[in-house]
Design a binder for this molecule. Structure first.
Ligand SMILES: Nc1nc2c(ncn2[C@@H]2O[C@H](COP(=O)(O)OP(=O)(O)OP(=O)(O)O)[C@@H](O)[C@H]2O)c(=O)[nH]1
Length: 389
């Protein structure tokens, strides 16, 4: 399945820049400085008498030849991000902890000759520990029970194939996980990234910019996280590494909606493909902060429609993260989930739980702190990684 519609440039895509690399990469929003209006000085026509008293012209010293101006070309080494296609397969080893639960734990239990009720309980418990959620865990146990009865004797390959089939069905390959990242109606695609504190929003925006650059898209970043002082700097650095401009405000605590507006405005003017807007982490329990998120979206939409609102969830927070997520889906129309920190958790089942409870597909997963450790989510590749031997 293609990750982004409709153009997918494969490996080795050249990073396209629409301006020379020595231009400043940061657009800083500053109050406009009033331009003093000065009347042009009247040009006086010289009179004839005046002309008569003009001293004979002394030959002026020849002006020294100006030194040719040397423009220092800053050494901007642009990085070439890894292509997005096939990333999940390449990073599958990062799911080692989840793999331990499914492949080592679950498969061993299922491969036993006699699976009695105690073993089925243990299977269900293992599924619950992976954060699959109570209903899906029960459903899966029922499906497996049914199949084990029908299949009779089972070798480990049959069991693996059976579990794979059932898990893939639960992760649901039919969900539309494509990310809108294509211009339409002469406007850039706009993607907003939201979530609670510290889940990895800024990092995700930076990594996503690289995914898009790897696909030859032109991107603008908007640092609408005006709450955390370092966030704009962090985002700017991510952008600079791949030649992407960041629109930000130098004023701490500036109105995030106005930064988002300016970022989209810049994106429209520069005719880029995608504007990525980072927002501040906020507690789902703070109604005013959730309202602010709605405002950021509305104000940005005065320039161009927001196509995607990606909710970032830290996979290690499990079911607690789910409760937070619900509030976000009520405040803004969340179109996709980014599950971060999947490299550090055994709770791979959270993918199913989130999709079931929120009705929103997981579109991307974070598998590490490295710049290219963000992968488009693919149901089958994900399940294969979980049950790999
Ligand atoms: N291991 C791992 N760490 C990650 C991943 N994604 C992000 N992180 C780390 O999580 C930490 C927080 O990331 P940020 O991007 O600053 O989080 P944020 O949501 O923007 O934070 P606030 O703006 O304070 O809400 C950083 O140390 C990231 O490197 C991931 O997929 N795996």
């Amino acid at each position: 399945m293609a990750f982004l519609v409709p153009v997918l440039v494969g490996a080795g895509a050249v990073v396209a820049l629409d301006r020379p690399v020595d231009e400043p990469q940061v657009k800083v929003l500053e109050p406009p400085t009033p331009t003093p209006v000065t009347a042009p000085a009247p040009v006086e026509e010289p009179t004839v008498e005046e002309e008569a008293v003009v001293e004979p012209e002394v030959e002026a010293e020849p002006e020294p030849e100006p030194e040719p101006e040397v423009i220092a070309e800053p050494e901007v080494e642009l990085e070439k991000p890894a292509p997005a296609a096939g990333r999940l397969a390449r990073l599958r080893a990062r799911l080692a902890k989840s793999n331990n639960v499914f492949s080592k734990g679950l498969l061993a239990l299922l491969a036993q000759d006699d699976i009695d009720e105690d073993v089925w309980d243990e299977i269900e418990e293992t599924l619950l520990m992976s954060d699959l959620g109570a209903d899906p865990a029960m459903e899966l146990v029922d499906r497996l029970k049914e199949r084990v009865t029908v299949e009779g004797t089972r070798d480990s390959e049959t069991v693996r194939a059976m579990l794979r089939e059932e898990l893939v069905a639960m992760v649901d390959p039919s969900m539309d996980r494509r990310l809108t990242a294509t211009r339409k109606d002469d406007k850039p695609a706009v993607i907003m990234v939201v979530g609670v504190n510290g889940v990895g929003k800024t990092t995700t925006v930076g990594k996503l910019a690289r995914v898009l650059v790897a696909e030859d898209r032109e991107v603008i970043l908007g640092a609408a996280d005006t709450f955390r002082a370092a966030a704009a700097e962090q985002l700017t650095t991510w952008g600079e590494r791949v030649g992407v401009e960041t629109v930000r405000s130098e004023q701490e605590g500036a109105d995030p909606a106005s930064v988002a507006f300016s970022a989209v405005e810049t994106g429209v003017a520069q005719e880029v493909d995608v504007v990525l807007v980072d927002t501040a982490g906020r507690l789902h329990s703070k109604a005013n902060l959730m309202e602010e998120l709605g405002k950021v979206k509305r104000v940005a939409e005065k320039q161009a429609p927001v196509d995607e609102v990606l909710l970032v969830i830290d996979a290690t927070t499990g079911q607690n993260g789910l409760a937070q997520a619900k509030v976000f889906t009520e405040a803004v129309n969340v179109t996709g989930i980014v599950l971060t920190k999947m490299d550090g958790t055994a709770k791979g089942g959270i993918v199913v739980a989130i999709q079931r409870q929120l009705g929103v597909p997981v579109k991307l997963i974070g598998l590490g702190e490295g710049a290219d450790d963000l992968a488009p989510f693919e149901a089958e590749t994900f399940v294969d990684a979980l049950i790999a031997s």
